[in-house]
Design a protein around this ligand. Structure first.
Ligand SMILES: [Mn+2]
Length: 541
């Protein structure tokens, strides 16, 4: 029998208890293995789907695989392509990613044209399609079968596809929070099992699953926790030319953590779809050539720099609009000339900073595009659904969504969504609070603490880093940079280093020698030679 991991650090057990994590789930967190993921055949319609795939393969028909332009959609597509390539002629697998600017999000009608031209009789969507009622009908009219695999919120009516694979419409499937790439992974697993192919081979593609899951903000609980945990190990050792190249070009030498995915890898993969053609990122993740992969990585790096520039341009110009609207529950900000490819990231930054639902609308002409990010307690996709009479189309989840709107409707939309938010949210939910989960005392900090805390990784959504209060920390150094501050605290025994981006005035007034009580979180690479790396949230002097 295998030895079970446990947690012995008292202060860590205290926080876990507060979070409502019982013994069973803790045991799962610490000990679950890849064998413990759910049976893919519990997904509704999966048999139908794989029979159809096998039929098309045995008839030697081309298959069009339809992805999406974000990191989840691109990793999903690369994953499916890599799997099909193992069992089928790769010239017969036709990858398709819609153009964000011309076609927008979702199952694209244009893909049906491409399928027809290539004589494909089957389209498989990944990370999209659940709202593609019209498009599926069109495909059927053209005698093309459609398999939809998706994880976005289903509407009341589902498309009449040959098979829809979606955890939320699968009563037997327990875990509802797979992202697009997770659903794709399960479809492939089922397919390989059916064909009696060893599914262990597929585990080497979990690096893609971890990238898509974290980039798409999938919660890192249950099955996602296992997929990401193993995926991070694969990322470390990945033999994929594309993964090696992107790590090389962005200078990642250390252990890869969720932070690296969120802030380094995924932004580069996303940059292609935001600023240019997303197919480049797909090519990167399916490339067999180190030279080609390095060239693509360089291009992605440049596109990422361009993306940062466009983003900063909006953030700097939007400041006055925000100040005028700070009494609102929802921040609806709109203007001409905002780059459509970056409005989602801008929305998430502003949402995070002001702690309220944020909608950024880029006015384009007769129609405009909006991107939304929300906070706990306000289901943004449901709010859009309520206002669908004002929208041309919309889709998404509780915390993030997107839509197209007639430019003349923006004002009315802003008034109406504000009303919904005032009905759904209470005033206090808009206030940023820095509650800590436990007080960390110098006596709590020892080897056991460090070992136990690391066992709980990967941290992220659904498994947040712990928030601690540490009293009487002395500031031993302060470095000022253009956009950030670096402060090192000490409790006499160990040092705590933090970076503060765009620090508010109170932080700038701190001096070396000051003694403060500090509320902070640990960071992904929380341990270093000098001590702990933390994210300081608030101090009390
Ligand atoms: Mn997705």
């Amino acid at each position: 029998m295998r030895k079970l991991e446990t947690i012995r650090s008292e202060v860590i057990l205290e926080v876990l208890k507060k979070r409502g994590i019982d013994e069973n789930y803790l045991e799962f967190m610490l000990n679950a293995k890849i064998e413990d993921i759910e049976d893919p055949f519990n997904l509704e319609n999966v048999e139908l789907a794989i029979d159809l795939i096998i039929k098309n393969i045995s008839e030697r028909k081309p298959i069009l695989i339809h992805g999406d332009y974000d990191a989840d959609g691109i990793t999903s597509l690369a994953l499916l392509y890599r799997a099909l390539e193992k069992i089928y002629d790769k010239n017969k697998i036709i990858p398709y990613i819609p153009d964000r600017f011309k076609e927008g999000y979702g199952f694209s009608e244009n893909s049906i044209k491409v399928a027809k031209e290539s004589n494909s009789k089957l389209i498989i969507t990944v990370d999209c399609g659940i709202t593609g009622i019209k498009e599926v009908k069109k495909a059927i009219d053209e005698n093309i079968n459609v398999i939809i695999t998706d994880h976005h919120e289903p509407l009341d009516t589902l498309p009449k596809a040959s098979a829809i694979i979606h955890p939320k419409i699968s009563p037997k499937y327990n875990f509802k929070h797979l992202t697009g790439v997770g659903v794709t992974f399960k479809l492939i697993m089922a397919l390989f099992k059916k064909l009696n192919i060893n599914t262990n081979k597929l585990l080497w593609d979990l690096d893609l699953v971890s990238i898509g899951t974290i980039a798409d903000m999938g919660e890192l609980t249950y099955e996602n926790r296992i997929l990401v945990k193993y995926g991070l190990i694969v990322l470390e050792k990945s033999k994929k030319a594309g993964i090696k190249a992107i790590k090389h070009i962005s200078g990642i030498k250390e252990k890869v953590s969720p932070w690296h995915i969120s802030f380094i890898i995924a932004p580069r993969i996303n940059a292609a779809g935001r600023m240019s053609n997303p197919i480049r990122s797909f090519e990167l993740l399916t490339s067999k050539s180190g030279k080609e992969a390095l060239e693509i990585s360089k291009i992605l790096n440049e596109l990422n720099i361009k993306r940062q520039y466009e983003e900063r341009k909006i953030i700097e110009s939007v400041d006055i609009q925000i100040r005028e609207k700070l009494d609102n529950y929802v921040l609806v900000l709109s203007d001409w000339g905002w780059h459509e490819g970056v409005i989602g990231i801008v929305a998430s930054k502003i949402c995070e900073k002001f702690n309220r639902p944020t909608i950024i609308i880029s006015k384009l002409g007769e129609f405009s595009k909006g991107s939304c990010r929300s906070i706990e307690g306000f289901h943004i996709q449901k709010a859009l659904k309520e206002l669908s009479y004002l929208l041309e189309d919309f889709g998404g989840h509780s915390m993030a969504a997107g839509f197209t709107i007639r430019t003349e409707n923006i004002e009315l939309f802003e008034r109406e969504i504000e009303k919904i938010a005032r009905r759904e949210l209470k005033d206090y939910q808009l206030k940023k609070v820095f509650n800590y989960e436990a007080e960390l005392k110098p006596s709590d900090i020892n080897r056991q603490f460090v070992i136990d805390y690391a066992k709980l990784s990967p941290f992220g959504i659904g498994n947040e880093h712990f928030t601690f209060l540490h009293r009487n920390l002395k500031i031993i150094s302060i470095e000022k940079y253009k956009r950030s501050l670096e402060i090192v605290f000490s409790n006499g025994k160990i040092k705590f280093k933090t970076k503060i981006f765009q620090p508010e005035n109170d932080w700038l007034e701190l001096k070396v020698g000051d003694i403060v009580d500090l509320i902070f979180k640990f960071t992904d690479n929380f341990i270093s030679k000098e001590g702990f790396n933390i994210k300081a949230l608030k101090f009390i002097k």
